[in-house]
Design a protein around this ligand. Structure first.
Ligand code: FMN
Length: 209
């Protein structure tokens, strides 16, 4: 299948086959893809929780308006925004650049100062908004990677974020649940799997200049 065929194959899965689980290799591939997602400055200002515990998932389902994907999918992936991005986060990231690329810190000092300027300049609310946007890029990469390897997924915003934070103990970790994806395998009788894709016509969506 071509990439376009795979993107047509994927859909927001409403009904998962609860008996089917991802192999370790499939899960590892998807987590690796999330790790490779681009982010502003490369700061990756979020964490990603992989929730498998059945009792926790029952609680999450109740906080997600009873949507069955929360318990029937193979895993629940929660993208949680870091709410306290600060100078220390930037320094830690620069430490990683220096170590990974084996370069002298002086080579990235200017970049470091630019990032520090950004995190110090933005009011908390805007900073969290900025970080939140990054999680959606990671979500998009996950959805595409899942389609690529034949794993079904449902991106989901239909949940009470405050309740998710409580259930998962996110607030005390400086995190806030932003968006989730349930991943697994479609049930053979999920009638959504047979519906035609509804998208704007290209001439309405794209503006060529
Ligand atoms: C950010 C986001 C949040 C969504 N939230 C939900 C949700 O809570 N429950 C659900 O069943 N589908 C949810 N969807 C799925 C969309 O309804 C679906 O992607 C859209 O209708 C396009 O259909 P397709 O993905 O099947 O092609 C969400 C999608 C996105 C991108």
């Amino acid at each position: 299948m071509s990439l376009i065929e795979k993107l047509n194959w994927r859909y927001a899965t409403k009904k998962f086959d609860a008996t089917k689980k991802l192999s370790k290799e499939q899960l590892d591939t998807l987590l690796h893809a999330i790790r490779l997602a681009p982010s502003s400055y490369g700061l990756q200002s979020y964490k990603v929780l992989v929730v498998e515990n059945p009792e926790i998932r029952e609680q999450l389902k109740a906080a997600a308006y009873g949507q069955p994907q929360l318990t029937d999918a193979s895993q629940v992936i929660v993208f949680a925004t870091e709410t306290n991005i600060d100078e220390a986060s930037v320094h830690k990231y620069v430490d990683n650049i220096v170590a990974t690329r084996n370069i002298d810190r002086s080579m990235v000092e200017g970049y470091e100062q630019t990032m520090v300027g950004t995190v110090n300049r933005l009011p908390d609310e805007q900073k969290i908004g900025w970080s939140t946007k990054q999680t959606y890029i990671a979500l998009g990469v996950l959805l595409t990677a899942a389609a690529e390897i034949g794993v079904d997924a449902c991106p989901m915003e239909g949940f009470e974020a405050g309740k998710f934070d409580e259930i998962l103990g996110l607030k005390e970790k400086g995190l806030a649940a932003t968006v989730i994806a349930t991943i697994g395998f479609r049930a053979h009788d999920d009638h959504y799997s047979h519906l035609a894709k509804v998208r704007k016509p290209a001439e309405e969506l794209f503006i060529h200049i």
